[in-house]
Design a protein around this ligand. Structure first.
Ligand code: PMV
Length: 319
């Protein structure tokens, strides 16, 4: 195959879940925003029959014919390998590849480096091999990769990496609706504790098995909160959005996924005047998000991290 360009790069944003975590795994909507810290993948075509992968954590080489057994390879490279396998299933003509990934964010914040790297690699491969791909097709491919490697997950992070901005999302990409607002006065604080998502998803699943009606009832309440939060964002009613954040946090508390560090971080933000706060993501730790009044001073605490929200989705980068 003749290629006019042998190297290209794509970047995808990280994400923050604003409303609806856990319930989204059971078909209810959630609201997610993309953060301006991006993961970049540079892909170069070679004729070596090999895949050479350079990440900030690991350098790894394997034969392209043996990568399909993804789980036997190191954890750090599994999402990239899954993306290459997914692309090769449709376009088997790849002879050799070099992939280099760089991240503007630390994986400890829970900004979704796995989904961002999967999306960035798949996007860059389509550009390199001049294959057209719609956002929905890219979503289906990347979501399959994430499920292959991780086993569980609603795919909200994959959708956010592709569409960017702030979206209302329903599992499997059944609904992906951009929520329009020019401002989103939400501050982000890191609890200092990194958590694994899968055990918390399993914990909620166990609770749901024990109390199916009760938990479904709570998830229906979350859905109502998400619908109202969408309206509050569109109307720029930040007081209401703050109340809804506190309500969503209350439900997450009752699901047992909040923690001491989350309470401490929320309390710190509330002492500094935020209108409402909640955990973001699976729970246990990671980040806390909080709404503030944009007509007053923005919130600065020792735990606040500086990120801009509503970042653009996956895109080609000039190299
Ligand atoms: O911990 P994070 O940021 O990966 O978020 C997990 C959110 C869940 O709803 C618990 C799981 C999911 O895939 O939707």
């Amino acid at each position: 195959m003749k290629l006019s360009k042998t190297s290209t790069a794509s970047s995808a944003p990280g994400k923050l879940l604003l409303f609806g975590e856990h319930a989204v795994v059971y078909g209810h909507p959630c609201i997610v925003t993309a953060v301006d810290q991006r993961l970049t993948a540079r892909v170069t075509q070679t004729e070596s029959g090999k895949l050479l992968l350079k990440t900030p954590d690991i350098e790894f080489e394997t034969s392209l014919t043996t990568i399909s057994t993804i789980k036997k390879h190191p954890k750090e490279v599994q999402f990239v390998l899954a993306a290459v396998v997914e692309f090769r299933n449709t376009y088997p003509e790849i002879e050799g590849l070099e992939i280099e990934t760089k991240s503007a964010f630390s994986s400890k914040f829970g900004f979704g480096s796995s989904s961002a790297v999967t999306v960035a690699v798949l996007h860059a491969l389509h550009v390199l091999y001049k294959k057209r791909v719609s956002k929905q097709m890219l979503f289906d491919m990347a979501y399959r990769c994430v499920l292959d490697v991780q086993g569980v997950g609603s795919g909200f992070d994959v959708a956010s990496a592709i569409w960017g901005g702030t979206i209302l999302y329903v599992m499997g990409g059944k609904k992906i609706e951009p929520i329009k607002t020019d401002v989103l006065p939400i501050t982000v604080a890191y609890t200092g504790v990194k958590v694994e998502t899968a055990p918390l998803i399993n914990q909620v699943s166990e609770l749901k098995k024990q109390y199916p009606t009760l938990i479904e009832h709570l998830f229906n309440e979350v859905e109502r909160v998400v619908e109202l939060a969408k309206k509050a964002i569109e109307k720029q009613d930040w007081q209401m959005l703050g109340v809804l954040m506190n309500l969503n946090q209350g439900i997450l508390e009752s699901l047992g996924v909040s923690s001491k560090v989350i309470h401490q971080t929320s309390d710190l933000l509330k002492e500094n005047g935020v209108l409402g706060a909640k955990l973001s993501g699976a729970g246990g730790g990671d980040c806390v998000v909080a709404v503030y009044d944009p007509s007053k001073q923005s919130i600065q605490t020792s735990k606040t991290i500086s990120v801009a929200l509503q970042a653009p989705g996956v895109r080609t980068e000039v190299i």
